[in-house]
Ligand binder design. Structure first.
Ligand code: CA
Length: 226
C-alpha cells in the first residue's frame, strides 16, 4: 500500500505500525510523488494525508481518482461534515480524523479492502432479463418480447441502469448522477424527455405504464408488468 504523509514523524510512526501489522507499505511525502507512484505500480490501497506541501488534498484526491480506482482512505485534520461529505463524493472510500492510532487505521484498511474485494467478486451480469425485457449490456442491445428495441445511447443507458435494479425505486437524483453524470439541480426535464421516448418505443405511456413505473416525487422503478 502507499502511505502519503509529509510529516516525517507521523510518517515514521505510521510506517512502523502498519509494517508491524503485516502490511507492505511504501511511503512518500508529496502528492506528485504519490501520483507518480500510483501510475507506476498500482498499490492495493492509498492512505492520503490531506495536508500536503505541494497540492491541496482534495485536488490530490481528484487527480488520483483520475488515474486509478483503487481504494483511498483520507487522513484529515478537518472533521466538519461538509468537507467529509465532499471528500467522499470526490471518490474517497473512507476517512480518518487525525490523530488516530495504528490499530484504528489497520482496522479501517481491512474493512475497506474486504468491501472492495467483495464488490469486485460480485461481477455484474452482462445480461439483464426482466419479464419480456432482455438487456445485453456488453452488446448494448435491448429486446422486448423477442423484438429488438431501437434505442438511443441514453435511452439504453437509462433502461439498463433500471434493469440492473429491478423492483427498486431509483431516485431522479441518482439517475442524473449515474446515467447522465451530471449533478441534479432543481427541476430538470432531462429524464422526462428520454423517458417519454423510451416508453413510446416500449409500447407504453405514463398514463398506462407497464415496465416503467413513476413513483411520484421519488423516481422510477422497473417492474415485471402484472
Ligand atoms: Ca500533513
Amino acid at each position: 500500500m502507499l502511505l502519503v504523509e509529509d510529516d516525517h514523524v507521523v510518517r515514521g510512526a505510521m510506517l512502523r505500525s502498519l509494517t508491524g501489522r503485516g502490511h507492505a507499505v511504501h511511503a512518500v511525502g508529496t502528492a506528485l510523488e504519490a501520483l507518480r507512484r500510483v501510475a507506476a505500480e498500482t498499490p492495493d490501497l492509498v492512505v492520503l494525508d490531506l495536508g500536503l506541501p505541494d497540492l491541496d488534498g482534495s485536488d490530490a484526491l481528484r487527480m488520483l481518482r483520475g488515474i486509478t480506482d483503487i481504494p483511498i482512505i483520507i487522513a484529515t485534520a478537518r472533521d466538519d461534515e461538509q468537507s467529509v461529505v465532499r471528500l467522499l463524493r470526490a471518490g474517497a472510500d473512507d476517512y480518518m480524523v487525525k490523530p488516530f492510532t495504528g490499530a484504528h487505521l489497520d482496522a479501517r484498511i481491512t474493512t475497506v479492502l474486504r468491501r472492495v474485494g467483495r464488490a469486485s467478486r460480485t461481477v455484474q451480469p452482462a445480461v439483464h432479463e426482466v419479464g419480456g425485457l432482455r438487456i445485453d449490456v456488453g452488446e448494448r442491445s435491448a429486446e422486448l418480447d423477442g423484438e429488438p428495441l431501437a434505442l438511443t445511447r441514453k435511452e439504453f443507458d437509462l433502461l439498463a441502469y433500471l434493469a440492473a435494479r429491478p423492483g427498486r425505486v431509483v431516485s431522479r437524483r441518482e439517475l442524473l448522477e449515474e446515467v447522465w453524470q451530471q449533478p441534479s439541480v432543481g427541476e430538470d426535464q432531462t429524464i422526462d424527455v428520454h423517458l417519454y421516448w423510451l416508453r413510446r418505443k416500449m409500447g407504453e405511456t405514463a398514463a398506462k405504464p407497464r415496465y416503467l413505473r413513476t413513483v411520484r416525487g421519488v423516481g422510477l422503478r422497473l417492474v415485471v408488468p402484472g
